[in-house]
Design a protein around this ligand. Structure first.
Ligand code: ADP
Length: 641
């Protein structure tokens, strides 16, 4: 203990590393028995000398009886213990197994691999730091591999080990292994899995499980156990943001009042200031009490009772946070759901949401899209079936405190419960607060239609309504082209509206900043104006960076794809920089502006814009004429006068 407090005083990181996070690794194994998962875990325990002698002797006897592995013990039988646990229905069918080596302790969440067990995998994965995905060398990447990788990625597991098993059946072929590596790399890439380790093994013969394989000398990575013992997960722990969900207010006597819970992230110390959410009241930590007495520091994963300097009200479902990192709060949430119930879910479904920050009545207001696990594409969906993964909007009856799941898995996740049956029907991860794009108008609001028809307007204006969106990075030339286009269309006798992203911020969007969410909202407002203008028969030009491809897609859908013309305005970076008189790029380079698309935040160019204008080779009037040609091609400009 003396050693520990010295370490805390001098080096919190080192303390953390020793305390828990280097020592304990939570693993998830996914794959079906056919892939050799049971044999693999059995082999791991056996070769690492982690099976008790008596257990081994019993195993040998059983193996003779089952007779599938000659005179070798059938290591798959080791997993039978797990099956029994599973049959008892413990922890929604996820079996946990503990083992430890000299270097580390491990908790293995073992989940069956078939599609009907997706929900089990979600349960097992929710606390896992690393996922082992088993592949059969003969089959390579299958749909099930993609599903496992997808769920691991969704749940924010940063470390994935793809174990290519049964290399013995492929004659230890390096060529075959390289093929599988390529296939898996593509999946990992699309899912944004950063740390993916692919290794060739044979669970049956033990090659590359604990001992390095003699039969695959061409592979020089560490065997599985060594990788598991050494993979660095300390960086995954968030020591910055304090998130302490209160589980219980403890008051054994008049003199003592504390709040018990498990610290999700950040570091707590006596003297530190905290903010209670949702009340917003502030206090300081007086003491940190544990079963072993008071401590000077609490780190993520620690169960502690916090005693505050002031009497403030906190109850179950409230959060203690540090003043520098307040959580978000919103009624409408943009979430990823894994639907876990037999009856499908439809929009409008009423549910109970439960998270560490409390419960709320929640309505499934929209299913934005479902994820096709085979192609990893977003596909339209009007309902959610068992085991499907979808992006949805939830509307809660109170403002829920949360963090995005990728920031904090504890305050970013929740479950949905059927209020009648009390059954958990979905697990969810919060992406963000839902934006105006997702909000649904109340169905009591009437639509007062105009007495003027669209053909009357078309006849009057000599045009059909359309919206041109000029998207591109700063200095590309959007504003310049938009102004010239406006002049030219006006001179041709057209009636139109020009919306400049920057100028909207002088009025309508005065309240917005430059974060992705605010940029999205700025485009949404411009798009809504374009919809109104279109109904009045006008053309609209929007010049706005609109860096997010998905947001531009929403604009396209709202306006109607046939009336939407997306123009990418583009120029090489050095030219954009030369043109940037406001010094946006320079400010980004100095680290003063975190929101400059293309430098300090992403710019996603359109894959297939209706028009791509390189303003380093085209003149402004070239650009304008090309846009006019496109408008003519769409029949927007009528019979030109
Ligand atoms: P953005 O709106 O994309 O940030 P601006 O239109 O404000 O870009 O700035 C573009 C600058 O580049 C202007 O100074 C403009 O005169 C100059 N420029 C030079 N050639 C072109 C071109 N072909 N198209 C658009 N702008 C050009």
């Amino acid at each position: 203990m003396a050693h520990a407090s010295e370490l805390i005083a001098t080096d919190i990181e080192a303390y953390l590393a020793e305390h828990e996070h280097k020592d304990l690794l939570r693993l998830l194994t996914c794959g079906s028995v056919d892939d050799g998962k049971s044999t693999l875990i059995g082999r791991l325990l056996h070769d690492a000398g982690l099976i008790y002698e008596d257990h081994l002797r019993a195993l040998e006897a059983d193996s003779v009886l089952s007779g599938t592995t000659g005179d070798q013990p059938d290591l798959a039988l080791l997993m039978d213990g797990l099956k029994a646990e599973r049959e008892q229905g413990i922890t929604i069918d996820v079996a946990y197994r503990y083992f430890s080596t000299r270097r580390r302790k491990f908790i293995v969440a073992d989940t069956p691999g078939h599609v009907q067990y997706t929900r089990n995998m979600v349960t097992g994965a929710s606390t896992a730091q690393l996922a082992i995905i088993l592949l059969d060398a003969r089959q390579g990447v299958l749909d099930q591999t993609r599903r496992h990788a997808t769920i691991a990625a969704l749940l924010g597991i940063r470390h994935v080990v793809a174990v290519v098993n049964k290399m013995d059946l492929m004659g230890w072929s390096q060529d075959r292994f390289v093929e599988v590596v390529d296939e898996f790399a593509e999946v990992a890439d699309r899912l944004g899995i950063v740390d993916a380790y692919v290794l060739p093994i044979s669970a049956l013969t033990g090659d590359n499980v604990v001992e390095r394989s003699q039969r695959m000398p061409w592979f020089d990575g560490p065997p599985l156990l060594e990788h598991l013992e050494t993979v660095d997960v300390t960086a995954d722990v968030d020591l910055q943001r304090v998130r302490f969900p209160v589980q219980l207010a403890v008051r054994p006597d008049h003199g003592f009042r504390g709040f018990a819970g498990t610290l999700a992230s950040g570091v707590l110390r006596p003297g530190a200031e905290i903010v209670a959410v949702p009340s917003g009241m502030r206090s300081r930590i007086d003491r940190l009490v544990t079963f072993d007495g008071d401590v000077e520091v609490a780190v993520p994963g620690d169960a502690v009772t916090v005693v505050l300097a002031d009497e403030i009200d906190l109850s179950r479902g409230d959060l203690m946070v540090d003043p520098a990192h307040l959580p978000e709060r919103a009624h409408d949430l943009d979430v990823t759901l894994v639907w876990m119930a037999e009856p499908p879910a439809y929009p409008g479904r009423q549910l109970l949401l439960q998270s560490v920050t409390g419960t709320a009545n929640a309505s499934l207001s929209a299913i934005l899209h479902r994820m096709d696990i085979t192609t990893l594409d977003a596909v339209p969906a009007d309902r959610l079936e068992l085991n499907e993964v979808a992006r949805c909007t939830l509307t809660c009856d109170r403002r829920l405190a949360f963090d995005a799941y990728e920031v904090n898995a504890t305050t970013g996740s929740f479950i949905l419960i059927d209020r009648l049956t009390n059954v958990t029907v979905a697990a969810g991860m919060i992406r963000d607060s839902a934006t105006g794009w997702d909000a649904q108008p109340s169905d009591t609001i009437a639509h007062h239609r105009s007495k003027i028809t669209s053909s009357e307007r078309a006849a009057r204006f000599g045009q059909r309504p359309a919206t041109v969106l000029l998207t591109g990075m700063t200095g590309a030339g959007k504003t310049t082209i938009a102004r010239s286009l406006e002049r030219r269309l006006f001179d041709l006798g057209h009636t139109l509206l020009r919306l400049d992203g920057e100028n909207l911020r002088l009025g309508l969007s005065r309240d917005l900043g430059f974060s992705n969410a605010d940029r999205s909202e700025n485009l949404r407002r411009a798009t809504e104006i374009a919809v109104l203008a279109g109904r009045q028969g006008l053309l609209t030009i929007i010049a706005m960076q609109s860096p997010d491809a998905e947001v531009r897609e929403r604009a396209r859908q709202l306006i109607g794809p046939e009336r939407f013309i997306e123009v990418l305005v583009d120029a090489p970076e050095h030219i954009r920089r030369e043109r940037d008189l406001d010094g946006r790029y320079a400010a980004a380079d100095r680290g003063e502006n975190p929101y400059v698309p293309g430098v300090t935040s992403p710019y996603e160019p359109p894959d297939r814009p209706d028009l791509h204008l390189d303003t380093s080779v085209l003149t402004v009037s070239d650009c304008v004429e090309r846009i006019l040609d496109t408008l003519r091609g769409r029949g927007v400009l009528g019979d030109e006068r």
